[in-house]
Design a protein around this ligand. Structure first.
Ligand code: NAI
Ligand code: MG
Length: 336
């Protein structure tokens, strides 16, 4: 029996996480969910952003499926997502961006994986108000942080037979911080002679990605660039509703979609649950449950190819519940 921490989150979180829970259960996975919650909703109810029960559950189970959590803009508390990644040293944020058959997009050969450094860079939250009109933010890059994310990217490339890793950086301007990151990636690359290292400056990277995304397979980059690039990449394959993510550390892993809490559509049964369902697929693969993972992916592809149960973001008018039920029906058919 697997014990998995389930964090519904804010906004569309509870709707899409519930959908993913049902889909995983439909595969017959022996699982006991430990449901705990953090974020804005919990804060409004209890005055606490992350109850101790959340930390205790993650530390006990070592694995979590998480919905998005709202972070106030410009003021207020620091991102709980960033806090969790930092606290558990989940240094590898892996985001697989792929075409799904049936979802029409301008490109049809997109298949890339972004390795975003997840614990440092500009997200360490060290900012200083110098005077009323001046603020500073610190970007921290370390050898340890850079080497381990680079290794994660190259190991993935080798394991999956990819010939090239692209590093996205701005070492021409940020000579010390991005310079260190780039040098660490270059050093790591020497240990993987079978994989080519391609270096691209981040602004050019954005342009290349929207012109010819199929040239990229494995990408490694710092925290902020990885955050931005993964939303950009999501836009190439049909949007944030279908792109999953994993936050992986040495012993704890938290699986969550790339998207946020989407307050504009929350509570309306309109959200596309595919991104969180695919994050649950990554979780199943992480657990070694490859057959169940494949069953879900195949079912999603069939539903998308039929096109009858597309949510609004994919050009249809199905609800979250309808697309979920359609996926579950396919899974149950496969199980026979
Ligand atoms: P967002 O990702 O929540 O939404 C951007 C756009 O994509 C919106 O138009 C939204 O409706 C659409 N969208 C996102 N997910 C969708 C889905 N599953 N189905 C259909 N449409 C979807 O980004 P935004 O608006 O910038 O952020 C909202 C809040 O989420 C903020 O408080 C932000 O801090 C938080 N956030 C949390 C994350 C996390 O918990 N990991 C990640 C990103 C943002
Ligand atoms: Mg983001």
């Amino acid at each position: 029996m697997y014990k998995i921490t389930l964090i519904p989150g804010d906004g569309i979180g509870p709707e899409v996480v519930e959908s993913a829970r049902k889909v995983v259960e439909a595969t017959g996975l022996p699982v006991e969910w430990d449901v705990v919650n953090a974020g804005e909703t919990v804060y409004k109810e209890t005055g606490v952003l992350v109850p101790d029960a959340v930390f205790e559950s993650i530390e006990r189970n070592k694995i979590a499926l998480k919905g998005p959590i709202t972070t106030p803009i410009g003021t207020g508390f620091r991102s709980i997502n960033v806090q969790l990644r930092k606290k558990y040293d989940l240094y590898s944020n892996v985001r697989e961006v792929k075409n799904i058959p049936g979802i029409k997009t301008p490109f049809d050969n997109v298949d890339m994986v972004i390795f975003r450094e997840n614990t440092e860079g500009l997200y360490i939250g060290i900012e200083e108000q110098i005077d009323e009109d001046t603020a500073h933010s610190i970007k921290r890059i370390t050898r340890k942080g850079s080497v381990r994310i680079a290794k994660a990217a190259f190991d993935y490339a080798v394991k999956h037979g990819k010939k090239k890793v692209t590093v996205a950086h701005k070492a021409n301007i940020l000579k010390l911080s991005d310079g260190l990151f780039l040098n660490c990636v270059r050093e790591v690359a020497k240990d993987y002679p079978q994989v080519e290292l391609k270096e691209v400056i981040i602004d050019n990277m954005c342009m290349q990605m929207v012109i010819n995304p199929s040239q990229f397979d494995v990408i490694v980059t710092t925290n902020l660039y990885g955050d931005i690039l993964s939303d950009l990449a999501a836009g190439l394959v049909g949007g944030l509703g279908i792109v999953p993510g994993s936050n992986i550390g040495e012993d704890i892993a938290i699986f969550e979609a790339v998207h946020g809490s989407a307050p504009d559509i929350a509570g309306k049964n309109l959200a596309n649950p595919t991104a969180v369902i695919l994050s649950a697929v990554s979780m199943l693969n992480h657990l070694g449950e490859k057959k169940r993972a494949k069953m879900i992916i195949d079912s999603i592809c069939e539903v998308m190819e039929e096109g009858k149960n597309m949510t609004k973001d994919l050009g249809g008018n199905a609800t979250t519940t309808q697309i979920t039920d359609a996926i579950i029906e396919k899974i149950l058919n496969k199980k026979g």
